[in-house]
Write a protein that binds this ligand. Structure first.
Ligand SMILES: Cc1cc2nc3c(=O)[nH]c(=O)nc-3n(C[C@H](O)[C@H](O)[C@H](O)COP(=O)(O)O)c2cc1C
Length: 233
C-alpha cells in the first residue's frame, strides 16, 4: 500500500501572524458595528415609544374634542370651549391630580362645563368619563372615553354598543333623588346589564360624583381664569 500522504498547502512563514492580525481587526470592527447597531436600536425603540405615547395622547384628545362638540353643540355657546379651560385639583372626585374643566358660555353667561372623571371601580380597572353639565346642574350628557371592561358585558357603557349612557341625559342631583343615584339592583333608577352590575355601578358613581363637585363649585369653575396653554397642550 502506498503511504498515505497528507496534502499540505504551502504556507508562507508570515501568513499566520498576518491572518491573526486581520482577525483581530475584523473582531474589533464587528464589535464596534454591534455596539453601533445596539445604540441605534435602543434609540429607535425610544423614539417609537415616545411617538406612540404622543399618538395615544393625541388620539385621546381628539376623542375628547369630538365628544365635547356632541355634548355641548356649537350653537348653544358663542365661546371656544377649548380655549376656555381651567384646571382643578380634586383627585378624590376625578381620579387624577389635576383635571381640566372646559367651560361653555353664551354672551359671557355660563352655559355648561365638561368634566372628565376617571372612576377606578370598574370590573377591570379605571373608566374615563366625560360628563357635560349645564349651568342649571342638569346633565347635557355623559360619554365613556376609555375603559377596559369585558366585550359583550361591561362594554355596553359605550354609546357605540348600546344607548345605556343616554339614560343620564337631563338628569340632575335630585332627579332622581340622591338616594336613587344607583343601579336598579342597589335600589336606584339606572339599569344594570345582565350579569354585569359592577361596570354600570362604577359609571353611576362617577357621574354622581361629578355632579356633586359641580353643585359645590359651579361658581368657582366658571370664574377661574382660563389656562390657554393647557387647553392646546
Ligand atoms: C370573564 C368575566 C368577565 C366579566 N366582565 C365583567 C364586566 O366587564 N363588567 C361587570 O360588571 N361584570 C363582569 N363580570 C361579572 C362579574 O364577575 C360580576 O359577577 C358581576 O359584575 C356582578 O353582577 P351580577 O350580580 O349582576 O352578576 C365578568 C365575569 C367574568 C367571569
Amino acid at each position: 500500500m502506498p503511504d498515505q500522504q497528507t496534502t499540505q498547502l504551502p504556507v508562507s512563514p508570515s501568513a499566520v501572524p498576518r491572518r491573526r492580525g486581520a482577525n483581530t481587526v475584523a473582531v474589533l470592527i464587528s464589535g464596534v458595528l454591534l455596539g453601533l447597531f445596539g445604540v441605534l436600536g435602543a434609540g429607535l425603540v425610544g423614539i417609537s415609544h415616545d411617538g406612540t405615547a404622543e399618538r395615544i395622547a393625541a388620539n385621546q384628545r381628539e376623542a375628547l374634542l369630538q365628544q365635547l362638540r356632541v355634548l355641548v353643540p356649537a350653537d348653544a355657546i358663542d365661546n371656544d370651549m377649548l380655549s376656555d379651560v381651567t384646571e382643578v385639583a380634586a383627585p378624590e372626585q376625578f381620579g387624577a391630580p389635576l383635571t381640566r374643566v372646559y367651560r361653555g358660555r353664551r354672551a359671557g353667561q355660563p352655559v355648561a362645563v365638561v368634566l372628565s372623571p376617571v372612576v377606578t371601580q370598574g370590573y377591570s380597572g379605571s373608566i374615563a368619563l366625560i360628563v357635560a353639565i349645564l349651568a342649571d346642574g342638569r346633565l347635557a350628557g355623559v360619554r365613556v372615553l376609555a375603559h377596559h371592561e369585558t366585550p359583550g358585558l361591561g362594554d355596553k357603557i359605550e354609546i357605540e354598543r348600546t344607548d345605556w349612557v343616554l339614560g343620564f341625559d337631563g338628569r340632575a342631583l335630585g332627579d332622581p333623588p340622591l338616594s336613587a343615584w344607583k343601579v336598579k339592583r342597589d335600589g336606584g333608577v339606572f339599569d344594570q346589564f345582565t350579569g354585569a352590575t359592577v361596570t354600570p355601578r362604577a359609571v353611576v358613581r362617577g357621574v354622581k360624583g361629578a355632579l356633586e363637585y359641580f353643585n359645590e363649585h359651579a361658581e368657582q369653575l366658571f370664574a377661574a381664569p382660563a389656562i390657554e396653554e393647557a387647553a392646546h397642550g
